[in-house]
Design a protein around this ligand. Structure first.
Ligand SMILES: Cc1ncc(C[n+]2csc(CCOP(=O)(O)OP(=O)(O)O)c2C)c(N)n1
Ligand SMILES: [Mg+2]
Length: 783
């Protein structure tokens, strides 16, 4: 149990007011005062902020410890900025530039905001889920001796009630229950409104049950102290109040005291006469808005009472737009106060005109010391945490031996060899997979390094001496985190583990494996991980229709296109084991480099004959996105351009055609993603005004010279024809024709796959030698 501190509630209430004012004013300033360059609405969510200023005041100025981390409800971002403004760690300039270029971000951003932001948020639900996996990572680090018990923190998610409809939250708590997660506070801003409307009634008890059945404590903060006392004296009024549907309740909050009076008089009659006589309209409005999430005493009490490590869901009843003129109105989500309303609020809150930005404006002299002492005492970080990089020596990773290999098998071998070599890098690797550990070739690694569990779990099959290739016991030292089949969880796990260097100052090397087509299942969570610059290695295997007999439901088509459009994630698609080893080594370096990024490897189960290499000259090109496997004659009129598992077809076709077409080249593509990036960056660097990168974006390469893809393709004639070949959407490579204006015949997969042998499938989908020959012939025919 942590010690609780006594806090000056009156001062906390003043800070609540300050947050409500400053968040509303920041949004107002951006929309109504700052010059507009484009005439477009800037936006912001005054109502969503006002809904949780009390919750956030109680948290940040009372409950949070220095090691606690918070995912803030995205549209309450301005409240977080106001908190740091009061603490002196956010500048007025950044607030004045809220939602402007380089200013305070609309939604809290770890990379772009200047204040410390523990988790970026924006896509609702994901910020909630990631806190659970971050807590699991904290336990992992502590178990492996990288985190002192004293450094352990709590993970807090501030949640909009409508956010609870996001399924990833339930996927997360189910997984969390299996791993016995702890140190979580999830606080629901239960204002019973979403973006479009008021939320569905009756769902709340169900949410309670769901959380409780996953081992959570549920704390409901329905009433503030005054409202509770009043309703306790009037059981009939209480029953009436509790039966009000969400929409009715919201409408009454919006309409105010007179409406409460009329409704109570009409529906409770004589029973409520005395109550109504004792309260004027203003008192009625104040009383019925005294919900738990706005009552500082209740909030402080509830937070103080939950200081053990049991995961806790707080359901704090609130009013959306509390204290603002559109409080409770169903259309208030993106609603903005107009200048007249803002002036009225300013007067009501005791803010002098011209003093709107003063941090403690409206706090009287007598109250200032109390408020100031809460600000001074707040234990939250004022500065961004150090990002731990460059700590681990990444050794050279040799290619597994063998003339016939698949990239997927080679991946398993490489990890096994790393584990056996036993260097620090191997100790920092943590692997994870959504129930496809064995089928993505992680089995040998897991046999060596074990599964991670806080409480040891024996391998029952091994105990009973039942033969199995897999050792499946788990304990504190294990390095594989096994997940249930939920790809959202995989990516949130990778996000959390990939931020270990940022959140806990210990860099981990997370490797996640899954089936390539199911990347799409967790795509937004993958994007979320990349958005906040989490670093990991994603190994998707097996890929494409090369998966043969597994059929269309398991064959992936578009992931290379996904990767082409995904910032922060580098796609590599090796054909050979030596390429894969170089890529894995490079991916580890990118994880531990401030200017690095995450890597996605698209692998295959197809065993292919490895190529003889005269030297290592292929290596640099392979890491840059492509190299000439069979160099063309200078100015050649044609080339085969192939990626990944279909390289044998490309090589065979090259062998057959080269007699008739001397100088024909074979270009091995290892990353369309990198080639495309290099191409656009090289163009931009040749312009007079290259685009500005926002901080947190990856610096673009370039520097005035031609890009790698331009250099490769310029070895051909400007009018050359390219036959591109990929076990993926042909658009992955067809764009290569645009680089120097060469003609392209794109071969690839555009229809859903089918079951079949490789010869059958390659013929049906035109990935075979005949298709390549025909395409080359057509390109070479005189126009
Ligand atoms: C995944 C995703 N879908 C949609 C949105 C757009 N959106 C932002 S806030 C919101 C409603 C949120 O309501 P609630 O969670 O109750 O928050 P409140 O503003 O009421 O506090 C929606 C639909 C989003 N940000 N993310
Ligand atoms: Mg809501």
């Amino acid at each position: 149990m942590l010690k609780t501190v006594t806090t000056d509630i009156a001062a906390l209430k003043l800070l609540d007011d300050r947050l409500r004012w400053l968040s509303a004013w920041t949004i107002h300033h951006a929309n109504h005062i700052r010059d507009s360059a484009d005439g477009l609405k800037v936006g912001g969510h005054q109502a969503s902020c006002a809904s949780m200023t009390a919750i956030m005041a109680a948290l940040y100025f009372h409950a949070l410890g220095e090691n606690d981390r918070v995912a803030v409800k995205p549209h309450a971002g301005p409240v977080l900025h106001a908190i740091h403004y009061l603490l002196g760690s956010q500048s007025r300039e950044a607030l004045e530039n809220f939602r402007g270029f380089g200013g305070a971000q609309s939604y809290p951003s770890r990379t772009k905001d200047k204040i410390p932001v523990d988790f970026s948020t924006g896509s609702v639900g994901l910020g909630v889920g990631v806190t659970l996996f971050a807590s699991l990572v904290q336990d992992y680090l502590a178990a492996h001796g990288w985190l002192d018990g004293r450094d352990r923190g709590r993970f807090v998610a501030l949640i909009g009630d409508a956010e609870l409809d996001e399924g990833n939250i339930y996927e997360a708590i189910i997984e969390g229950a299996k791993h016995d997660v702890r140190n979580l506070w999830w606080i629901v801003d239960y204002n019973r409104q979403s973006l479009d409307a008021t939320s569905a009634d009756r769902m709340f008890e169900r949410f309670d049950e769901i959380f409780k059945s996953c081992g959570w404590r549920v704390v409901e903060l329905r009433y503030g102290k005054a409202l509770k006392a009043a309703l306790d004296q009037h059981p009939k009024l209480k029953a009436w109040f509790e039966a009000l549907p969400n929409a009715e309740l919201s409408a009454l909050h919006y309409q105010g005291g007179a409406a409460w009076r009329a409704r109570i008089a009409a529906e409770l009659g004589k029973g409520a006469t005395a109550f109504l006589r004792d309260h004027d309209d203003a008192a009625l409005a104040a009383l019925f808005t005294d919900l738990g999430g706005h009552c500082m005493d209740s909030l402080v009490e509830a937070f103080d009472a939950a200081r053990d490590d049991v995961p806790t869901l707080f359901i704090a009843w609130t009013i959306k737009g509390y204290g603002l003129p559109f409080a409770g109105h169903k259309d208030n989500h993106a609603g903005l106060m107009n200048p007249t309303q803002m002036a009225a609020l300013r007067d009501a809150m005791g803010v002098r005109e011209g003093h709107e930005w003063e941090p403690l404006e409206s706090v009287g002299d007598n109250a200032r010391p109390g408020v100031q002492s809460l600000l001074d005492r707040s234990r939250i970080l004022r500065e961004k945490r150090r990002r731990a990089f460059g700590e681990i020596d990444v050794p050279a990773i040799p290619a597994p031996a063998g003339g016939e290999q698949s990239t997927q098998a080679a991946f398993g071998r490489i990890l096994l060899d790393l584990s056996k070599a036993g260097r620090e890098l191997a100790d920092r690797i943590v692997t994870t997979s959504p129930d496809v550990t064995v089928s993505t070739n992680l089995g040998a690694w897991v046999n060596q390094r074990g599964l991670f569990r806080r409480d040891a779990v024996a391998d029952v099959f091994a105990q009973h001496k039942i033969a199995s290739a897999q050792k499946w016991s788990a304990d504190q030292d294990g390095q594989h985190i096994e997940l249930g089949i939920a790809e959202n969880n995989l990516f949130l796990m990778l996000a959390a583990a990939g931020l270990a260097g940022d959140l806990f100052e210990t860099r981990l090397f997370p490797i996640g494996t899954l089936y390539d087509p199911f990347i799409a299942r967790g795509l937004d969570a993958l994007n979320y991980a990349c958005y906040q610059d989490a670093r990991f290695l994603l190994v998707a295997t097996p890929s494409g229709i090369t998966l043969g007999a597994e059929g269309g439901a398991h064959q992936s088509i578009n992931p290379p296109l996904i990767a082409l459009g995904q910032p922060g994630l580098r796609h590599y698609e090796p054909a050979y084991a030596d390429e894969l080893a170089a890529m894995i080594e490079h991916a580890f370096r990118l994880i531990d480099d401030p200017a690095g990024e995450s890597t996605y490897l698209r692998l295959s189960t197809r065993t292919i004959t490895q190529v003889e290499r005269p030297d290592d000259s292929w290596r640099e090109g392979a890491l840059q996105g492509g190299y000439w496997l069979r160099p063309p004659a200078p100015g050649a009129e044609a080339a085969i351009v192939a990626m990944g598992a279909v390289m044998p077809e490309a090589l065979a076709a090259w062998g057959e055609l080269t007699a008739d077409i001397p100088g024909l080249g074979l270009l091995a593509i290892t990353s369309p993603d990198l080639l495309h990036r290099g191409w656009t960056a090289a163009q931009a660097s040749r312009w007079k005004n290259p685009p500005r990168n926002g901080e947190g974006d990856h610096p673009k390469d370039g520097g005035g010279g031609p890009s790698h893809v331009e250099t490769l393709l310029s070895q051909l004639s400007p009018s050359a024809g390219l036959v591109t070949l990929a076990d993926a959407a042909p658009a992955s490579l067809s764009w290569l024709g645009g680089v120097l204006g060469q003609r392209v015949a794109p071969l690839g997969v555009e229809r859903f796959g089918q079951t079949g042998s490789l010869p059958d499938l390659y013929a049906a989908y035109r990935l075979d030698g005949d298709a390549i020959t025909e395409a080359v012939a057509e390109l070479l025919l005189p126009a």
